[in-house]
Unconditional design. Structure first.
Length: 112
């Protein structure tokens, strides 16, 4: 990957990471304060809280993936398959910026 392209990737990953962190902040308060519910009594607030917890966990995983991708980009390893060492196609990286495996290797690993 050219140095200019790598700088573009790093800038995009930093932007994606900042967006994910901002999104996480929206769910943090709601997910950390479960509603008070009496035993046996349902609550719409409880469902909202549960959803916020799941979304927050998903966002936290995305943040970790963006941080890992950013670290790989800064080391010059972004876009290189961790399994076979071949370049990961640009289309795959556009669809999944945190991809660490080429399609072929990802398929092999998922079959294990």
């Amino acid at each position: 990957m050219s140095e200019t392209r790598n700088e573009e990737v790093i800038a995009q990953l930093k932007s994606d990471l900042a967006e994910a962190k901002a999104e996480l902040a929206e769910y943090t308060d709601e997910a950390t304060h479960p509603p008070q519910v009496e035993l046996g009594g349902g609550s719409a607030g409880y469902s909202t809280w549960q959803s916020a917890v799941v979304v927050r966990q998903h966002i936290e995983k995305r943040i970790e993936e963006f941080e890992d991708a950013l670290e790989r980009a800064e080391q010059g390893l972004y876009g290189i398959c961790e399994e076979c060492g071949k370049p990961i196609p640009a289309e795959r990286l556009q669809a999944i910026p945190s991809a660490t495996l080429c399609v072929e290797c990802a398929g092999k690993i998922s079959k294990r």
